[in-house]
Design a protein around this ligand. Sequence first.
Ligand code: CAA
Ligand code: NAI
Length: 704
Amino acid sequence: MSATQIERRGPVAVVRLVNPPVNGLGSAVRSGLEAAFNQLLPDDSVAGIVITGDGRMFSAGADIREFGRTPPPGVPNLPELIDWLEESSKPVVAAIHGVAAGGGLELALGCHYRIVAPKTRLGLPEVTLGILPGAGGTQRLPRVAGVEAALELIVSGRLVSEREALKLGIVDQVAEGDVVAAAVAKAAELAATGTPPRRSSERDEGLAAARADPGLFDRFRRSMAKRARGMNAPYACVRCIEAAVRLPFAEGRHFEHQEFRKLVGAVEAQAMRHAFFAEREVAKIPDLPDSTPTRPIAAAGVIGCGTMGGGIAMVFANAGIPVTVVESDAGALDAGLEKIRANYQATVDKGRLAQDAMDERMALIAGATGFDAVADADIVVEAVFEEMPVKKQVFGILDRTCRPGAILATNTSTLDVDEIAAATGRPESVIGTHFFSPANVMRLLEVVRGAKSSPETVATAMALSKTLGKIGVLVGVCDGFVGNRMLHQYLREAAFLVEEGALPQDVDRVIYDFGFPMGPFAMSDLAGNDIGWRIRKAKMAERPAGTGSGDERYSGTISDRLCERGRFGQKTGAGWYRYEDGRTPLPDPEVESLIVETSKALGIGQRPVSDREILERCLYPLVNEGARILDEGIALRSSDIDMVWIHGYGFPRYRGGPMFWADTVGLDAIAAAMRGFQAVHGDWMAPAPLLEKLVAEGKGFKDL
Ligand code: CAA
Ligand code: NAI
């Protein structure tokens, strides 16, 4: 089937883009559009032209898979094609439904008139792919919607509703009925009245305000500094919009093209594209074909309404799924529900949620103190204390109470899902759903497949993660699953670095500058140092006397000392840092002397530690553990590990995740550094066999 189809409706020709699933503007579509216009423009029986999309949407823009490939000879590039279509002396009207994103919206902006159906999302999300709208978007949008709106939309990459697009002047009309029919009528009317084409490139009413306000761009650059940290694309977008104000259209388009070319091949864009495709790949499970049945989830239960249970209940309510939370007594239940209410209220107070939306969500959350209340639920997520006997008891009760076919999920972060499943007579229906804190905010969900979890249970949990707006990553059972198992390596080395002479603020600065939202010590102060302290004490208590922590070298000494002094972190006003305003970490001389004393007592000589060593010691062992995880089949793909780290731990997306980043560093360099660390520190730093194998074969994680 051709990638474009032409249909006549009286004097108007409708050109339909046909490239499922998203009408990406690949070579075939571009050639098709060119051929269609070559046929229609000289045809005197055609008075006007409508461009529309077949299927679900108008167009999601350039075909991202074609980036970096040379198009076949004779195929027009998108920017030039759009310029040429815009030149048409016959009226060209875009009939937009579903989505018009990136090049899709740029194509629509090249049309003379835009009519949009309800429930359509429009925007220029290129920046989220590490590039900029390179088909005239940075030049036409400010002319049509004004510079301030264009800056906000292009730099955030946000898609707007058709209503907002109308308000901003991006579209001309919202058609309640058949959008193509409305566009045909408009094209016929424009032709009949002889209205001259209204070309976006010739408009300049949107530029006037910026021309009168020379400080606008510098102010905007300051306001975006935090969210654009470490990236090039957002700044290139601003430069292009600045060029739209400063230069005539053709020169501005040329400038945009030059900036686009600089970005598209760079590591930042490769990493962001990798993340885009990895987010979709993660849902595909090789041994679970699309035909695997899933169970409908119309009602949920959550056991435990503490930090995680409360957040998980909100996740269900946010997705419109009624949920019942069960607590051990009325007091804990009231406290848990009150916490949920306060959480929503804070979002309402910040203007990010409407009061009636909050009321609707609260109405979906019911509370109970008996398990009977979840007897009819389609899924029950357990989030009680992290103790195996408690978990087993809860699963025993759930097994007796819940209806056959219900999925029984555990939010455990460290315990063996198979042992928990064995407490029931239906281990095939048991699975781990490891949410990250705060559950209602973090997008990662590790779906932990037990040895006996049935395909249907796994497929349902994976489908549910999408319904809940999460990135569900399927992982296997092991201590810490994927994320926390790798985190352990990173935190351990961070602690050792401090024992060896780095200060917490040095480590945090290096990690922050790498692109994480915060370093390990600031993170620990935020989460509470006492959590790790309690876990370490429990682990020690489990071991026979005198056998130590299990690690070759114990990494918790300084943190233990801090906790003994009540320095639990932000909540006690002091931890690795001191806090005057409750949240800004300030280096503390008391901590510095404690570090020196403790290291001395441990017999560790303090030495200067370079920034490079900090980065490599923290991140290479993390990658190395990722390689072990892959080798053991705990994660399905290296890109799945990248998803865990981007969506669960704030690994900078523009670096693609730890495994993608490792490939950009070079696995040979990482393996060599690990061998060096092993020689100095111990065998826990030995390169993983898979890492060595890939180095020997000259391959990267991307080749697996
Ligand atoms: N190019 C190639 N493939 C694309 C694509 C694109 N622009 N957009 C989506 N796809 C693919 C997805 O990878 C997915 O493929 P699989 O089924 O094989 O996994 C399939 O289309 C369906 O996509 P989604 O699962 O994302 O569908 P959705 O309905 O959830 O979302 C969407 C639809 C909002 C359009 C979303 O796909 C999206 O955001 N797409 C990207 C939009 C974008 O960034 N466009 C800018 C492109 S760059 C550009 O246009 C450059 C320029 O200026 C010249
Ligand atoms: P929490 O201590 O805040 O909440 C646990 C809640 O469970 C308490 O409110 C308690 O009253 C309730 N509870 C205990 N036994 C119960 C029973 N028999 N019936 C009903 N309710 C009962 O603990 P948190 O932090 O929410 O952790 C819950 C689970 O989530 C644990 O398995 C933990 O490992 C896991 N987890 C925790 C994360 C975190 O950051 N806090 C992150 C990811 C997982």
